[in-house]
Ligand binder design. Sequence first.
Ligand code: GLN
Length: 485
Amino acid sequence: MHKKSIVELSASLAKAEISSVELTQHYLKRIKQYNKNLNAFITVIEEQAMQQARLADQRRAKQEYVTPLTGIPIAHKDIFSTKDVLTSCGSRMLSNYIPPYNASIVEKLQDAGMVLLGKTNMDEFAMGSSNENSYYGSVRNPWNPDYVPGGSSGGSAAAVASRIIPCATGTDTGGSIRQPASLCGITGLKPTYGRLSRHGMIAYASSLDSGGILTGNAEDTALLFNYLACFDPKDSTSIQQPTPDYTAKLNQPLDKLRIGIPTEYLAHDLNPDVLNALEQAKSIFLSMGVTFKSISLPHTHLAIPVYYLVSCAECASNLARYDGVRYGYRCKHPKDLTDLYFRSRSEGFGSEVKRRILAGTYTLSGSSYDTHYRRVKRMRHVISNDYQNAFKEVDVILGPTAPTPAFRLGEKLKDPITMYLSDIFTVSNNLAGVPGISIPAGFSSNLPIGIQITGNHFTEAKLLNIAHQFQQQTDWHKRIPEQFA
Ligand code: GLN
């Protein structure tokens, strides 16, 4: 069952060849069998899942409120608030937090009839590129347990890649959907900023955060996206735009498509296997009649410093709410109020989160606000303009998702700057608010490599169309690590 795509599973459910109860049992069994080693899940909600599965089967039997997603299992990144289910955000700070409401995305998929199996592991407050910053321990890459799955949606990526769940939500502030998708050999879409609701999604850096989805292929992503993309009055940055039928646009021919490859990407110190995968992808696109053009994103070198200044400043502000008073972790036996604040935050946050709160607080304080923050906001604009100029010449931009395949657990932990550099090709999309999709495009020994396609605002249908056409010509996305087959 787990080798089937969501579209195939949905067809089997519609024909009553399988039931949602059987499907849910199958995935719950796989989670039990494999999660111990992967550590991809923080919480599994077996009973509630079985209840929802029974409900989904009833809906299908009565033909009431049936959607193609009714009865399909899913997991949510533990950053999405789930009513009555632990939502830890990978942090000790929220290790006792049971939200009284659902995030809008959770609500939408529940309304569509999806069955929630649990919550996936993640870097604490979505800060990280390797999933080694979780209070619940590191997640392992299903292709090789000595390697990282990428981050911060590493639990979602590892769970989908090992097919212990057919799809999982993620969030992407600077690459956290695309980079783990790339390192685990699956498909990950980060939409346009504002396309998916942020309501109930725990904030890291609000002007960059986007919810999104990780699946086995672009066709499944399109199907889910039909239900995820919408205007939400509960999110003040949600954008009122009609939702196209993403599935209907998957099969448009690509012969008029113009793809740009930025010279700055090729000048970067790329792993040779990554470069090779990019070149192979280019020849596949050429055989489909696509035109290629060399373009420039001249401020690519500024993306990492600008991203880390903006994201740290916003995280320092967002995480000020965790004070040990209202909700979340509180230290034992505080001497007085200052001690309560001080120790609750010192004990509740991990070291990466503290590093960023300190950096962000500095950026926002005193004269640094003018010398750093204001300047960086201008640079962000310049980076956005680079994209707008590029999109005058080409329809989409192609590049690697990450400069290397997965790295070893522990390899970059002592050197945060090297870790930050693994986001070099992903952070600019978030600074400019444009969408990007990572799809599998090859291997380096047995570790997957992803390529990224970036489009202008609200071109998700185009990105999914291109990704789907690529996946009609290749089978990278069909490969599953041997021990999970
Ligand atoms: N790796 C980046 C960071 O640590 C991106 C994280 C994300 O997208 N949530 O901030």
